[in-house]
Design a protein around this ligand. Structure first.
Ligand SMILES: C[S@@+](CC[C@H](N)C(=O)[O-])C[C@H]1O[C@@H](n2cnc3c(N)ncnc32)[C@H](O)[C@@H]1O
Length: 260
């Protein structure tokens, strides 16, 4: 039964048209029918989230924004230190997924967390935050560079940024830097994800490196549910907002056991 449901969802991903006059309507069209099964379906697909969450540093009394939070998966992955935060903002533009996040907040008695319906390319918290996270949301945000700029504006100097997302690199990635990818990988995955309005970009990593000091970087391959031989690449990036005078880092400089 579970396999049948997985195959049915997968077929809808690949064939069901995404409709809507704007980004919010298209997100609702894509996620509305699958919101209830979102977490289960993404468990083995959106890899790297738990590892990235385990590296977040939450100062007691601090603030955390999860940008493009979906159902709020990171809330539980983040561990007990997140309960000591003064505020957690779960921001997303998709009502059906935010409704699931609201249920998660109630079920987990997260008194310090609240959801916010907003476009992450425009929204900013009114106070500086200590941590911002993008978990598979940059590749779905048309103005992803504006979302990164907004995150930087919100972060206090020294604050953490954590990103996990699908990953394609340019034909000639910088050295040291991310692993090279074959022509097929670089051509296939953007085309495959495009069907669902997901756009992994070789520009994510260079832009993050130009805006933040990198602390850790890792790459991996996940599995498409129901098609485990299809293994999309993903990356994890952990960085900090620099103090004004510090210098840039290059991909791979601080890689933790990963090729650089
Ligand atoms: C693949 S889901 C990831 C959700 C969640 N972070 C996770 O790890 O399960 C991408 C999320 O980004 C949200 N999203 C895409 N574009 C957005 C935008 N411009 N503003 C706010 N949220 C956005 C989608 O609604 C969706 O919840």
């Amino acid at each position: 039964m579970k396999l049948l449901r997985t195959m049915s969802l997968l077929t809808q991903f690949l064939t069901r048209p995404i409709r809507g006059a704007n980004h919010a309507e298209r997100l609702e069209s894509f996620y509305g029918y699958q919101a209830a099964e979102y977490d289960e379906f993404r468990r083995t697909f959106l890899l790297g989230r738990d590892e990235l969450a385990s590296r977040l540093e939450f100062p007691a009394g601090g603030r955390w924004c999860d940008l493009g939070c979906g159902t709020g998966y990171l809330l539980e992955a983040a561990g007990p230190a997140a309960r000591e935060l003064a505020a957690i903002y779960l921001v997303d533009l998709c009502r059906p997924l935010l409704a699931r996040a609201d249920s998660r907040i109630s079920a987990g008695s997260w008194g310090n967390a609240r959801t916010i319906l907003a476009d992450i390319a425009r929204w900013r918290s009114s106070e500086p935050v200590d941590v911002v996270t993008f978990s598979y949301s940059l590749s779905m945000t048309p103005d992803w560079f504006a979302a990164i700029d907004a995150a930087r504006d919100m972060l206090r100097p020294g604050g953490q940024i954590a990103v996990v997302d699908f990953h394609v690199v340019g034909r000639h990635p910088p050295a040291p830097g991310p692993r090279r990818q074959s022509w097929l990988t670089r051509a296939f995955w953007p085309a495959w994800f495009d069907i669902d309005d997901v756009h992994p970009s070789p520009d994510h990593l260079p832009y993050l490196l130009s805006r933040f000091e990198m602390c850790w970087f890792a790459e991996g391959r996940s599995r498409v549910p129901g098609m485990p031989w299809l293994r999309p690449p993903y990356y994890c990036f952990l960085g900090r907002k620099r103090a004004a005078s510090s210098s840039h880092a290059t991909a791979g400089e601080a890689a933790d056991g990963q090729p650089s």
